[in-house]
Design a protein around this ligand. Sequence first.
Ligand code: PMP
Ligand code: GLU
Length: 394
Amino acid sequence: MKNHLSDRINSMSTSATLAMAAKARELKSEGKDIIGLSLGEPDFNIPDFIKEAAKEAVDQNYSSYSPVDGYADLKQAIANKFNRDNGLTYGLNQIVVSTGAKQSLANIAMVMLNDGDEVILPAPYWVSYSDIVKLAQGVPVEVPTSIDTDFKMTPEQLEKAITPKTKMMWFSSPCNPSGSVYSKEELEGLAKVLRKYPNIFVVSDEIYEHINFRGGHVSIANIEGMYDRTITVNGVSKAFAMTGWRIGYIGGPEWIAKACTKFQGQITSGANAIAQRATIAALDAPISSIKFMIDEFHKRRDLVLELLGEIKGFNLNVPEGAFYVFPDISSFFGKTINGTLINNASDFALYLLEKANVATVTGEAFGNDNCIRISYAASEKELREAIARIKAVL
Ligand code: PMP
Ligand code: GLU
C-alpha cells in the first residue's frame, strides 16, 4: 500500500532504547530467558512516601486539568530544589512542568529551532536528542569524543564545531550513555568558548544529577555568563524511580518558559495531575531519602567494571554517574565468533542478544559506533549472570 505517512515520521528513527526493550520483552514472552540490560530504568520501587502522596491526591480529587505549566506549589518545590541542589534561582515564571524530561526537550526544540539551525551534540549523546532536533527541523552536529577523553568534549572541539548557524548545544552530565561527569573546570572551559558566542543556547540535561559517584554535581547555568542562555532540564524518572509517572521540568529564561507553556498548551494541556502532586513530595524530601539507591548503583558499577574488565576485548572508562557502562568493543570488529561475523556495534549487540540472551543497546544509537551500552539498573544476580553469559559466548 502507498505510504501515506508524513515525511516527518518516515524520516524519524525508532528510539533504539525502547525498541531493544520491546524486543527483549517479546523474546521473554516467547519463553526465552532474556536478561534486559537495555533500558535505563531504575529497578527499585518508588519510595512509599511518594506513593502515599499520590494516593492522597486521588482522594483529594486532583482530577481536573492542572495549569498548563504545572501547579504553582509544584513549581515552588522545583524552585526550592534548584536552589538547594544547584544553587540556581528560578522564579515560578521560569519553570515549566512537562510529561517527562523527554517532553521538556521536545518543547525546547520546537520553540527554539528554525529550519536549518544547528545543534551541537557531543557524542555519545542520549539517543533521542538527534531525532527530537530533526523533528524540529534542526540539524544535529555531532562532535565525536572517545574513551581517551572519557567521552567528554573539549573546549577546542566545541569551538571548531561552531558555525554561523549554531543555535544550541545539548548535553547531559552525568551522561547517558557514557556515565561521564563534567567537572566544574571542564564546564568552565566550555563556557569560556560559549561566552564568545552570545547567541548560542545550552540545554543542560541533569536528570542523573543525584546518581553521581564523584559527588559535586555542577550546573552549567551557574557558570559566569551562562544563566541567561541555559535551559536546565531535569525530572523525577531516575532519582526517584518514577519513570512511568512521566514528570520532567525545566528552569530557564522566562521567555523560553513562556513559549514552552504555549506549545504544550496546544499539545498536552499539561502533565498528569496526580503525578505532579506526588512529585512535590519527592522533591521536598531530603536527598538522604534516596541515598540507598545511589549507594546500590555505586556498588553495581564497581561490580560490572570488575566483571567486564575480565573479558578480553572490552575497553572501559570509569563512569562516574548515571547507571550505564559504555565499553568500546571495536576490537571485535572484523572477527568471526562462533560462525558470526561482527562488523559493527549493532552486530555485536545482536550477537549478545541471540547467543547470550542479554539485551544491550548498540552505541550507534548514541552517535558512537565503537561501543555498546549496558545498563546496570538490574539486580546483582542478573548482572553477574548476564556478564557470565557474555563472557561465555565471546
Ligand atoms: N534525558 C536523559 C539523559 C535520559 O536518560 C532520559 C531517560 N529517559 C530522559 C532525558 C528522559 O526522561 P523522562 O522522559 O523519563 O523524564
Ligand atoms: N532514558 C532511558 C534510556 O536511555 C529510557 C528509555 C528512553 O526514554 O528512551 O534507556
